[in-house]
Design a protein around this ligand. Structure first.
Ligand code: BGC
Length: 783
């Protein structure tokens, strides 16, 4: 195989059972419509394989709805003179896999040896096409290295899939060996095979399966194309599986190559008509002539465009540069600009952690990356919140409130999917009841998208209705206090260690911001699009009087308004909770839980899981004076345990914002390396995709100091010493802005039609850019 550039390669060298599930996650291929973990094509004992299709959820047989572990399109077994080439049956002499981040191709080369010492090389290349998101492709090549042999390749589609469900209780201290690591987990079944077989022309195998509870039809069609004619071949169709068997007599040192094209379709694919099987078969037919090479070429071309818009470059520190790029790769395979009915689960489609559920991560951590580099994708992600608005209305009604309330954990319908209890049944999850701030986070993301892209249409199509319906929720949820103010009891802020609190500063402040924004949008649309506004109002029965009520309510919400507020009390009574010192730090220099404490018993202490008041400083930086921001950062940072992978990136950014860069690099590392180094020990369950986006934000918003302020983009670069330059491109109101930041001087180029001008602010000074003309400015006084 041609060697991809090491700066763009995620590599696995040698097969290590202990690390196998980690590699399955980090070597995931995908295209936003599906993700396929980096499992070996033939599987192995202890594998945690899976393909996940965006939006395909099912609850059958499982206590909580799952993103379904869909049919496996890799499904390949190879035998050489009767010896199965897999890591359980043959000796692994050599094994290397490389994920080429630039093209999305995963290459593999494994040399196996049999009991008699004879060696065979198995190489594969796989892709989930970025050019046609309904297409996956696999190339398998087998070379008996030192003797002639009979090679059998069986490859097809396997629908006998299950999701991992509940972890078993192991007696303490007992850790099962890696090959049995997942054996005792309960598993849930979501698929029932509806049809399987071979199409009339005998060329294409197919498998159709239905999700049992949600009734989604999934169809895969696959063409298996040997490069040279096999000596024998035929299709196998067994329970839940269809595969083509090809047998070749191969001379010593010769290679047989088999290509496989797989078309994927479901009955939930938006904008499609016709039976999924017909569409899956048509996909394969359309790519048959171009074959594997054509599919790889087209996909690589689509990747080029994605990287053109989204590649951040760190010059001077290869390791950080790679970590950032690796995160962006995973962000690019997590979302689909063409599907406005799905969003990104907490582990993207790279694993079953959090069961594919969508959190506030999507709007607050993930969205900025897409808004600034792939705005069409950002729009689609917000579309998901419109698609699930009916579910949010139902959820609000269930709680006796009006309008729409977004679920803490959302899946296909928008109803609440967060389990009630921890899997072992010992602790209640109050997040589902109390982390209501998510509705304001959705509103915030809509406003951010519109401000950065200038795409006011989003408001007309979806955004305004969301803003209005969620405002209704807030005014019906707010409680009247004795002093005439409005507050919120029984809530939980982003810091999940404290439940049932009142007047959480973050939630209250965001509610006030949300109501104010809704009123402003209503006013703006009354001028710019009165007819459409009237339609929206008629649809949801909104009156001008109700909107005026939001304005009055916003003014009464108990929220710290004083920009010089000093340290803001996280919630009523927080300052009276017990101070518990942090006394121990892990290898990554992150705090450990104090002895005897865990996630669920820190209620009466001042320790935090993740930023809460500090999150306000990050989202609403103009609302607090620099001194207040610094005071809050210093106070809360000292009490934060960072037990969420969302925490370090926000601390890095706010630290830089308040001029405290002490730990910025450390926080960057914690975020950037969370999966590369598996620094939370659970990468096997999927990528911490919000941390990947948080890492991008640390680079761009933190070290690059880029923020949107007063209708302009502002920059205040403060690069780590170990970086020479930071380069990236952002989209701003339909144009591209190329940014090249250094320690002492920075260059900006506006890419827009001739004559277009745009004002930005650099290190506090306005800078006018003229399209196509680079502007270089001093960004820091010479040392
Ligand atoms: C964090 C939440 C986050 C969720 C999913 C939790 O551990 O506390 O803020 O939304 O993980 O990533």
């Amino acid at each position: 195989m041609s060697r991809p550039d090491p700066a763009w390669s995620m590599t696995e060298c040698g097969f290590d059972r202990d690390r196998a599930s980690y590699h399955e996650t980090v070597l995931t291929v995908g295209n936003g419509r599906l993700g396929t973990r980096g499992s070996l094509e033939e599987g192995h004992r202890g594998a945690l394989s899976g393909t996940y299709l965006a939006g395909v959820y099912d609850a059958h047989d499982a206590p909580v709805i799952d993103l379904v572990n869909a049919p496996d399109w890799l499904d390949t077994r190879v035998e050489v003179d009767g010896l199965a080439l897999d890591v359980d049956s043959a000796e692994v002499v050599d094994h290397e896999r490389t994920l080429d981040l630039r093209t999305g191709l995963l290459h593999r080369s494994t040399v196996f040896a049999g009991p008699d010492g004879s060696r065979t090389r198995l190489t594969t290349t796989r892709l989930a096409s970025m050019a046609d998101r309904d297409l996956c492709a696999l190339r398998v090549a087998v070379t008996p290295l030192d003797r002639a042999a009979t090679v059998v390749i069986v490859t097809g589609i396997d629908g006998r899939r299950h999701n991992l469900d509940r972890l078993p209780h192991y007696p303490s201290g007992l850790a099962p060996p890696p090959e049995r690591r997942w054996d005792k987990w309960a598993r849930s079944t979501h698929l029932a095979t509806a049809a399987r077989g071979v199409t009339g022309d005998g060329e294409t195998g197919f498998l159709v399966a239905d999700t049992i509870d949600s009734g989604i039809r999934i169809a895969y069609a696959c063409a298996v194309q040997p490069v040279v004619a096999p000596d024998r071949h035929g299709w196998l169709s067994e329970h839940g599986r269809v595969a083509r068997r090809l047998e070749f007599a191969v001379a010593a040192g010769a290679t047989v190559v088999v290509d496989k094209l797989v078309g994927v379709a479901t009955s939930r694919d938006p904008g499609t008509t016709g039976e999924p099987l017909g569409r899956a078969t048509a996909t394969v037919a359309a790519h048959r002539a171009g074959g594997f090479d054509g599919a790889a070429r087209d996909s690589a071309a689509a990747w080029d465009l994605l990287w053109r818009d989204s590649e951040p470059r760190i010059v001077g520190h290869d390791k950080d540069a790679f970590a950032l790029r690796f995160g962006v790769y995973h962000l690019l395979i997590a979302a689909n600009p063409d599907d406005p009915t799905v969003s990104i689960g907490a582990k993207s489609m790279s694993g079953e952690g959090y069961r594919g559920h969508v959190f506030w991560d999507s709007e607050i951590l993930l969205l900025p990356f897409y808004v600034y580099t792939q705005p069409r994708t950002a729009r689609a992600l917000l579309g998901y919140r419109y698609h699930t608005l009916p579910g949010a209305r139902e959820l609000s009604a269930e709680h006796g409130t009006r309008g729409a309330r977004y679920a803490w954990e959302s899946a296909d319908t928008g109803r609440e999917e967060c389990p009630l209890w921890t899997p072992d049944g010992t602790d209640r999850f109050w997040t589902r009841d109390e982390e209501i701030h998510v509705s304001a986070d959705v509103a915030y993301a809509i406003a951010e998208y519109v401000a950065v892209t200038g795409d006011e249409r989003l408001l007309l199509d979806a955004g305004a209705e969301i803003l209005f319906e969620t405002s209704r929720f807030w005014v019906s949820r707010l409680e009247e206090r004795d002093d005439g103010t409005l507050g919120l009891s029984d809530v939980m802020g982003p810091d999940e260690f404290h439940s049932h609190v009142a007047e959480n500063a973050f939630t209250n402040r965001m509610v006030r911001w949300h109501l104010t924004e809704a009123v402003a949008v209503h006013r703006r649309l009354a001028e710019t699009a009165p007819d459409r506004l009237a339609e929206i109002a008629a649809t949801i029965g909104l009156t001008a009087g109700e909107v005026a009520g939001w304005e009055r309510a916003a003014a009464r919400v108990r929220a710290v308004a004083d920009p010089d507020a000093g340290v803001i009390e996280q919630f009523e009574g927080y300052f009276t909770r017990r101070e518990l010192p942090i006394e121990s730090w892990d290898d990554n220099d992150m705090p450990r839980y104090p002895r005897g404490y865990h996630h669920f018993n820190l209620e009466d202490t001042t320790l935090l899981k993740q930023p809460d008041a500090v999150m306000l400083m990050y989202l609403l930086p103009d609302e607090y004076s620099p001194a207040t921001q610094l005071a809050n950062f210093e106070y809360y940072e000292a009490r934060t345990l960072h037990k969420s992978s969302l925490s370090p990136s926000i601390h890095a950014i706010v630290g830089l914002q308040v001029g405290d860069a002490t730990r910025a690099v450390q926080y960057f590392e914690r975020s950037a390396y969370v999966d590369l180094d598996d620094n939370q020990g659970n990468t096997a369950e999927g990528m911490h995709i919000a941390a990947a986006a948080g890492t991008w934000q640390v680079a761009v918003h933190g070290f690059g100091g880029m923020r949107r302020r007063g209708g302009r983009l502002t920059f205040g670069p403060r690069l780590p010493q170990r970086w020479e330059r930071l380069q990236f491109t952002v989209r701003w109101r339909g144009h591209a802005l190329e940014v090249d930041l250094g320690h002492t001087e920075s260059t900006f180029i506006l890419r827009a039609p001739d004559g277009v001008r745009e004002e930005i602010v650099v290190a506090g000074e306005p800078l006018e850019l003229l399209a196509g003309h680079p502007a270089t400015v001093k960004t820091a006084p010479p040392a």
